[in-house]
Design a protein around this ligand. Sequence first.
Ligand SMILES: [Zn+2]
Length: 151
Amino acid sequence: MLKKTEQRPSFKSDAIQEYFERIIYQNKLTILHLHGSAYDPDVVNLNKRVIIINCNYETHFSYDFRVAHEIAHLLHQLSSSNYHRNYFAKVTIEKRAHIDAIQLLLDFYFADLTSQKWRWDNRFNFINTFGLGPLTHLVERLLTPIKKVCE
Ligand SMILES: [Zn+2]
């Protein structure tokens, strides 16, 4: 049984906290933090538009990525009427949320940097900042510079 608490884990920086709060506010979502067991993953409740982060969940992903992942789940479910009909395999849903979450974090992290090459060259700073080592392939897929096809 999860126990509700007022205590919130600290974000990596005020800036990313404000970034998430803006997305949460604009989409009329709510985020709750609970202290469950180490095995209770973070979840979302579509009908209540609530993200529930379990502060005790044991995972190698960073807190910021976990929040982005759950935001991605909720936004995708809210915009997809097919979601509850099991059209997609669970693994596809998780991969979709990973990709959308990485994109959310990329938009934050590289907000001022429009150069695709610069982003690519700094991808490992990004990966380390958010603990995304296991998802390096997805980060690289999203950051791949435009190929010169006319050489
Ligand atoms: Zn998920």
